[in-house]
Design a protein around this ligand. Structure first.
Ligand code: ADP
Ligand code: MG
Length: 351
């Protein structure tokens, strides 16, 4: 149950193609996350799966059934929206059971299903309240509960946590992870938040402008981004990227410094190194030398923003405290194993 396959799915609105041929296999029980910048087509793709939006071309197969032309109700999927979309005048219990009531299920069965979902979501004490007497996190749990009672083939989430404050978002993220473990259900989850994607997903689908940039596990994408877009989208703070010219095993930077990085660099036009893979060092030992522009102290980490003239600004993550101060002239080092190189087409050059 809950296997979803997209075959060359396309969608145009008024002659403008916004989903440009998506092929994707979502396995039973997987938590798959669509991530990408605002407007890249995440919600449209989710709505295509749900049936709320009709495909212009291509096929959608759920558990072996071609559902491409079928209405949402026949797809047996449950969608959870950012806006919760609860009925304000119905109680939590009525909201959660509404779809089952409409379907004509016997009352005692509905009560049992709502009670079970309420227990899973820790909503037992709120079943008689109206949505307005709930916090944002509780409302979102009701919306999830309403999806659970329908026992769908898969859950579709569209930015379910975006309306919550930062602390609650972390809490709900953990609840969704637990829910996935408990239900073992297929979940397709849209977010623009790469931390949410990294922490929740079995598989991340990175989208840009209606196309898939890369599919992989969170660590796959972190370690082996296939192109510059994915390299800079995955990871926080984002990867430092500067212009360079690669020849043989060396890169030359904009300030004419050359560094042998002991790996194939032929054809590189950009070099990327993540903040956590760089370190400050004495000036004489640096691969590059720059000046500290800004220091940020987060307690657990410090971030040094180091400006290297004619090369660029680098973010360097230091675990714990750093004594470095603004204006210090410092060296920058990084291991060649952590260098990412990109060609003129912004594709990754294999090491
Ligand atoms: P995302 O969820 O990634 O932010 P969307 O899927 O909402 O992006 O939108 C993708 C593109 O499709 C956007 O350019 C948006 O304006 C366009 N779009 C989405 N829905 C419609 C619609 N019903 N009519 C016209 N254009 C739409
Ligand atoms: Mg959206």
């Amino acid at each position: 149950m809950g296997q979803i396959e997209l075959k060359d799915i396309r969608k145009s609105f008024g002659g403008v193609e916004v989903i440009k041929g998506i092929d994707l296999q979502i396995d039973e029980g997987e938590l798959v996350i669509f991530v990408g910048p605002s407007g890249c087509g995440k919600s449209t793709l989710l709505r295509l799966i749900s049936g709320l939006v009709e495909a212009s071309d291509g096929q959608i197969i759920i558990d072996g059934d071609d559902v491409t032309g079928k209405p949402p109700a026949e797809r047996e999927l449950s969608m959870v929206f950012q806006s919760y979309a609860l009925y304000p005048h119905k109680s939590v219990r009525e909201n959660m059971g509404f779809a089952l009531t409409v379907a004509g299920m016997p009352k005692s069965d509905i009560t049992a299903k709502v009670d079970a979902a309420a227990a899973t979501l820790k909503l037992e004490d709120y079943l008689d309240r109206k949505p307005k007497a709930l916090s944002g996190g509780q409302r979102q749990r009701v919306a999830i509960g309403r999806a659970i009672v329908r026992e769908p083939r898969a859950f579709l989430f569209d930015e379910p946590l975006s309306n919550l404050d930062a602390a609650l978002r972390v809490e709900m993220r953990l609840e969704i992870a637990r829910l996935h473990q408990k239900l073992g259900a297929t979940m397709v989850y849209v977010t623009h938040d790469q931390v949410e994607a990294m922490t929740l997903a079995d598989k991340i689908v990175v989208l840009q402008a209606g196309q898939i940039e890369q599919i992989g596990s969170p660590l796959d994408l972190y370690r082996h981004p296939g192109n510059l877009f994915v390299a800079q989208f995955i990871g926080s703070p984002k990867m430092n990227v500067v212009d360079c010219t690669g020849t043989g095993t060396s890169v030359t930077f904009g300030n004419d410094n050359t560094s042998d990085i002991a790996r194939n660099a032929e054809g590189a036009t950009k070099m990327g190194v993540r903040p956590e893979h760089m370190a400050l060092c004495p000036e004489k030992d640096g691969i590059l030398v720059g000046q500290i522009d800004v220091m940020e102290h987060l307690g657990s980490d410090s971030f040094a923003y180091v400006n290297v003239t004619d090369v660029g600004l680098f973010t360097v993550r230091i675990v714990g405290h750093s004594d470095a101060v603004v204006g210090d002239v410092v060296g920058l080092t990084f291991g060649s194993e952590n260098v990412h190189l990109f060609d003129a087409a912004e594709k990754t050059i294999p090491a």
